[in-house]
Design a protein around this ligand. Structure first.
Ligand SMILES: [Zn+2]
Length: 487
């Protein structure tokens, strides 16, 4: 068989004032032509899996562009047009095709296009014709639209949050599409809308049990795949929200029954799924880390991975004033302060105005006297085998708090974001990160004592009061029982 693969990945925070440009994609990488998987960042494990399986089956693979950008505001129209055009042109040049495999985010919003993925899949369908099988792997923080399900044959989402199952889902997608292209199965998709907006880490109950149950449903005869659409609350588009997607073999009614069963299970525990947020004070009250594991504080509201600036200082201010508590905070995005640290050099003491530079959602800068402890020209964090470049970075200490400053906006995903600069993380009683939940895949090796902190930063988890204009407000928790048929 002849297979075309490509990726276009970014998650758009429509509330952000900072647009996603072509340069945003170039920063993380627009990769063309054969490239080793380890150089492909987040796309690597997926592409590697597709290459591996194609080799095993003796299939021919033509690879289009792979492009990823750090989440931010709406994608500039010309940036989307260029990348869309490039993907379609490469597919056109490779035709005729038996299969198209795309890795897309699912929450990409451009100027003038609220459903980039649906638009791209539809254009791909028009190009390759009805016989070619189109398979799409999406992030669960996506907006599932009818345009996507109408024009793709199989859509599979990562099931774990943190997303530790890129490869497993990529393998599943390849096999499901190949079975369809060989005429063994005839995949059909059904979506059940929960009418919910929420946040669903899968490492804790009740989500853990639900994810395990999804695997059980998937094992039933006639089911190809089961996905939970978590949704991305900070994308103000008509289709934002929590849904269940089921792919079945040939029977749309059966697919819908299974999707509704899972949607019902989720809907019935909706009150228990509301995020548990604390202030820094609440999270540290009575905390004694002597001899125990460090306490992890997640500044979910200022997570660059959800499009936040990453330089909000409320949590930092609370930590530096606790002079008897050894703490570490990373990563605060602040290229100007990094520059000042480089000019002063290691060992210097200097006045810094930390953070608070990304506009209204960044809050106020924090004035401190800091000592410079470490500098790196090309700092990186390692997430498993994936090398995540962070640019120029500095380690400073203010009172009893070690702080990692970076010049590139990225969420904190690994202890190496600290230790790579020399921060003695083992001394920290409290470790604070700019991340919602992805950090936990690596940081759980240090501690399981974690708290999500409410700081009033960009990504509010007060879902009932998000300032939606395009998404209607008939959802939980804005109303208590928006789907009586699921109750
Ligand atoms: Zn995600």
């Amino acid at each position: 068989m002849k297979i075309f693969t490509s990726a276009l990945v970014t998650e758009t925070n429509t509330f952000s004032e900072h647009p996603t440009t072509l340069a945003s994609f170039e920063e993380l990488g627009i990769i063309r032509g054969p490239t080793p998987a380890r150089a492909l960042g987040d796309v690597g494990p997926i592409v590697e899996q597709w290459r591996l399986r194609a080799r095993r089956y003796g299939d021919e693979v033509v690879e289009g562009v792979y492009a990823i950008a750090q989440p931010a505001g709406r994608v500039r129209a010309e940036a989307y047009a260029q990348l869309r055009g490039e993907i379609l042109n490469a597919a056109r040049a490779a035709m005729p095709l038996d299969m198209v495999l795309l890795f897309l985010h699912g929450a990409m919003v451009a100027e003038g296009e609220d459903d980039c993925e649906g638009d791209l899949i539809r254009a791909m369908r028009e190009l390759v014709g009805p016989q070619c099988v189109i398979g799409v792997e999406l992030d669960p923080h996506c907006h599932m639209t009818s345009t996507m399900t109408q024009h793709a044959d199989v859509i599979i989402l990562m099931r774990e949050y943190p997303h530790t199952d890129y490869e497993a889902r990529a393998a599943e997608l390849f096999d499901a599409c190949r079975a369809a292209a060989s005429g063994v199965t005839r995949p059909v998709m059904a979506v059940a809308d929960c009418r919910m907006v929420g946040f669903y880490p899968t490492t804790i109950e009740p989500m853990r049990g639900l994810v395990n149950w999804m695997s059980e449903i998937e094992a039933r005869p006639g089911i190809v795949s089961v996905s939970l659409v978590h949704g991305f609350p900070w994308g103000d588009v008509a289709d934002a929200g929590t849904k269940v997607l089921v792919v079945a073999d040939g029977d749309p009614a059966f697919a819908m029954t299974q999707a509704t069963e899972l949607a019902q299970a989720l809907y019935r525990i909706r009150h228990a799924m509301l995020p548990r947020l604390e202030t820094v004070r609440q999270a540290l009250e009575g905390f004694d880390a002597q001899g125990g594991m460090p306490r992890l504080l997640a500044d979910a509201g200022d997570n660059p991975g959800g499009g936040a600036p990453g330089d909000h200082t409320v949590l930092l201010a609370e930590l530096v004033q606790r002079k008897n508590l050894r703490s570490a905070l990373g990563m605060l995005v602040d290229p100007q302060s990094v520059q000042a640290c480089f000019e002063s050099g290691i060992g210097a003491r200097l006045q810094l105005s930390l953070g608070g530079k990304g506009g209204a959602v960044s809050g106020r800068p924090l004035e401190v006297e800091a000592s410079v402890r470490g500098l790196a020209l090309d700092h990186v964090q390692w997430v498993g085998d994936i090398r995540d470049p962070l640019g120029r970075a500095a380690w400073i200490r203010v009172n009893a708090t070690d702080i990692v400053l970076t010049s590139r906006r990225q969420q904190t995903l690994s202890p190496t974001a600290f230790t790579g600069l020399g921060v003695p993380l083992h001394e920290a009683q409290v470790i604070a990160v700019k991340s919602s939940h992805h950090y936990y895949a690596e940081f759980s090796k240090l501690s399981t004592d974690r708290h999500v902190i409410e700081t009033g930063a960009a990504l509010s988890m007060d879902f009932a009061h998000l300032p939606y204009r395009n998404r209607h407000m008939h959802f939980f928790p804005a109303t208590d029982n928006p789907s009586p048929h699921l109750a």
